[in-house]
Ligand binder design. Structure first.
Ligand code: RIB
Length: 295
């Protein structure tokens, strides 16, 4: 059973700053690094490091070789990657001394997935495979509808939220993995986290809702059960890719057949470790590291 991830691949240019730059301001960075990133790439790596079999589908340009190597070296199948002449996607990321970030993404090759390419990748899937999506590639509704029609299970991490994304057929998703801000947008409600979870469940009764709440942990609801897990406290260095780590680890746990509670715990612990390290893909722990980490 594979996770087929139609996901972004970005070159992350990370600037450490005293505080996020404001309108009209010019600041000198305290440090600069280039990392492999993209919500898609990060989630593929997280799922693979958790032990899942992952096929990454997506596109890079001539400058994207390091991203392909990074996926491959993490055990992700990259045979389906498209190589285009458009520049690879990239992100400009500011990280402050508290480890918080703000990100600008330029989609580049990520936004050039054709329906022919999508059909070709899906044709290689097997019954029981999971198609995973974030909102950093184009043609999302097409992928969701095709994956559903072909009988794949569908996991959607609706990040980043855009007005266009709100029209996507989320009811087709088997899992919706999202944070409280994304949840409020899709639910169309500004209430408490409990209200957001309830509204999402009412709107999408066949979908398992996994609502991450930052320092308040995560809550889960599907047709049969509710569950929750706390946030494991750590000293934050860089929160980039913590959500992606959670997402990849959670799905890997599902593929493995772990009970929901165990999936939530595993994913929360992996995400906490990611926060203690700099960068996106570089921060994602292996399963062994999660097992031996003392919280
Ligand atoms: O979720 C973190 C990721 O968001 C970064 O790696 C960056 O590339 C953006 O896609």
């Amino acid at each position: 059973m594979n996770i087929i991830n139609f996901g972004s691949l970005n070159i992350d240019r990370v600037y450490n700053v005293e505080s996020f730059v404001r309108a009209g301001q010019t600041v000198s960075s305290l440090g600069f690094n280039t990392f492999c990133g993209g919500k898609g790439l990060n989630q593929s790596i997280a799922a693979a490091r958790a032990g899942a079999s992952v096929i990454h589908a997506g596109a890079i340009g001539p400058d994207g070789e390091m991203l392909e190597t990074c996926l491959h070296d993490s055990g992700v199948n990259v045979a389906s990657l498209a190589h285009l002449s458009t520049a690879t996607g990239h992100a400009i990321i500011q990280v402050d001394p508290n480890g918080q970030n703000c990100i600008i993404v330029t989609g580049g090759a990520n936004m050039e997935l054709t329906t022919e390419y999508i059909d070709r990748v899906l044709a290689q899937g097997q019954p029981g495979d999971i198609v995973l999506l974030q909102n950093e590639v184009n043609n999302l509704p097409y992928i969701m509808e095709s994956a559903h029609r072909l009988g794949f299970r569908l996991a959607v991490n609706p990040s980043p939220i855009t007005p266009e994304l709100l029209k996507a057929p989320f009811e087709l998703a088997d899992w919706l993995i999202l944070n409280e801000l994304e949840g409020a947008e899709i639910a169309g409600c500004t209430g408490s986290n409990a209200e957001i979870l309830q509204t999402l469940h009412t709107k999408f009764p066949s979908t398992a809702i996994v609502l991450t709440l930052g320092s308040d942990g995560v809550v889960y609801r599907d047709a049969n059960q509710t569950a929750s897990e706390r946030c494991f406290p750590v000293k934050a260095v860089d929160t980039t890719a913590a959500g992606d780590t959670f997402c990849g680890y959670f799905l890997a746990g599902c593929v493995e057949g772990l009970p929901v509670q165990a999936c939530l715990t595993l994913a929360s612990q992996a995400a906490a470790i990611a926060v203690t390290r700099a960068g996106a893909s570089t921060s994602i722990p292996t399963r062994g590291e999660v097992r031996s980490y003392t919280f």
